[in-house]
Design a protein around this ligand. Structure first.
Ligand code: ADP
Length: 152
């Protein structure tokens, strides 16, 4: 049986920190589905979802074990539909831990077969966050060193 992990997130934008989690995840799983979640019309994204799908697909174009999809339903349901028994997430600090702990509990409640697996951030990527990148980019700051692809 293929070990499939879902890596769900907003990825607005997908960063070098996310890339690191995916690459390390490929050592543990046969397939990783990077799944960009969106709520129809609810939260406004900074980077359009189709643009980000294209960038992430390009980033992993040499890696057939990595897929990129979008979804607009419960993560636990989406995982089940895709045969994913694992949810891959990254942890940078205690704030992430508090948040991830609650999500993992509710996902387990919704889909008892789903195991959440956490990788601790690599120190060099620990301070990278999508929200800071959005802020810097908004004011024309150079974020190219924080992303695994070129924005233009
Ligand atoms: P969400 O909106 O679901 O929190 P994000 O796109 O912000 O989605 O993050 C997806 C996952 O990646 C989360 O588990 C988050 O903790 C993790 N993550 C984000 N940045 C980093 C980083 N620099 N290093 C390790 N993990 C990270």
């Amino acid at each position: 049986m293929k070990r499939i992990a879902l890596f769900p997130g907003s990825f607005d934008p997908f960063t070098k920190g996310h890339e690191d989690i995916v690459l390390r995840g490929t050592q543990l799983f046969d397939e990783i589905i990077i799944a960009i979640g969106y709520n129809s019309g609810k939260t406004q994204r900074y980077f359009p979802i189709d643009f980000m799908v294209g960038k992430i697909r390009n980033t992993f174009s040499d890696n057939p074990a990595v897929k990129v999809e979008t979804y607009a339903e419960l993560t636990a349901e989406y995982a089940k539909k895709n045969g994913a028994k694992y949810l891959l997430r990254g942890l940078r600090n205690t704030t992430d831990f508090e948040y991830e702990n609650s999500i993992a509990q509710v996902n387990k409640y919704l889909n008892a077969e789903l195991e959440s697996v956490f990788l601790i951030t690599s120190p060099k990527f620990a301070s990278i966050s999508s929200s800071i990148i959005r802020e810097v980019h908004k004011y024309n700051g150079d974020v190219s060193g924080l992303l695994p692809y070129k924005l233009v």
